[in-house]
Write a protein that binds this ligand. Structure first.
Ligand SMILES: [Zn+2]
Ligand SMILES: [Zn+2]
Length: 261
């Protein structure tokens, strides 16, 4: 199995070498590093990435050198990828950056909702329920736009809103149907993401009912552990393998994700 979604200290993860060694120990055939990247010109996005040190737009060439070096003696394949913040308003800037950078593949993520990261509980906590439901509508509209943009090989954690208790439970069958239609017509493959499975949230993204709908609609899937630490990789790989077995699912082949020169 390939894990197409892991982080290094080029964003908010651990050292590249540690992650590669842990991926090999976990029995993976390869690991893809999709560090956070944001090219939005908006001041709030710039402040956020400055605060967190998410600078892959400036550092991807250095990371690429490090990936090339680690490949020389790595036991498994190592992919040079990106987890790009997607917003329909900035498609032009994203497309231009991705074309210039030439990653092995790009993972697209909707992380921003109402000018805040979806994770940020305090931003959503005091809003009335009707408003939070509308924001969940916006989230799924952005996800449909992500699929339609054709900019990405992979769509990350396609129901990230579930991770926030103030947005959880507002996804509807209509949302799922719209997203399933968009993915069926797109090159972009949604991932089964284990990033919070063994954590506070305790489910995969997409949540079971959402994955049911995607599978019913014959949407292909891929997988990602979304690991930031070496120790997280093996247990998440085992859980993903068990879930694929339970459902009789096969992730898409390497060719569907990784672009070879
Ligand atoms: Zn993410
Ligand atoms: Zn991630």
């Amino acid at each position: 199995m390939y894990d197409y979604h892991a982080h290094t200290n080029y964003s908010d993860g651990a050292f590249l070498r540690w992650m590669v060694d842990a991926a090999a120990d976990a029995g993976l055939d390869g690991i893809g590093f999709a560090d956070h990247c944001n090219v939005s010109p908006e001041p709030s996005a710039r402040r956020y990435k400055r605060a967190l040190g998410f600078n892959l737009d400036m550092t991807y060439e250095r990371r690429r050198e490090a990936i090339e070096a680690v490949r020389e003696d790595a036991a498994i394949e190592v992919f040079d990828a990106v987890e790009m913040d997607y917003d329909p308003a900035h498609e032009g800037a994203i497309a231009e950056f991705l074309a210039d950078a030439g990653f092995d593949y790009a993972v697209g993520s909707v992380h921003d909702l109402d000018g805040a990261n979806v994770h940020t509980r305090s931003h959503f906590a005091d809003k009335p329920e009707a408003e939070r439901r509308e924001l969940v509508d916006r989230y799924f509209e952005k996800l449909v736009a992500l699929a339609e943009s054709e900019l990405f090989a992979v769509a990350a954690h396609p129901d990230l809103i579930e991770r926030n208790p103030h947005l959880r439970g507002f996804a509807t069958e209509d949302h799922y149907a719209a997203v399933a239609d968009a993915f069926r017509d797109s090159r972009t493959v949604p991932e089964i993401n284990a990033g919070r499975l063994l954590d506070d949230y305790g489910e995969f993204h997409p949540a079971p009912a959402f994955l049911d709908r995607l599978v019913d609609a014959d949407v292909d899937v891929t997988v990602g552990t979304d690991s930031h630490e070496p120790d997280a990789i093996a247990p998440r790989v085992r859980e993903i393998e068990a879930e694929l077995d339970r459902r009789g699912l096969e992730p898409v082949g390497l060719d569907r994700v990784v672009k070879r020169a």
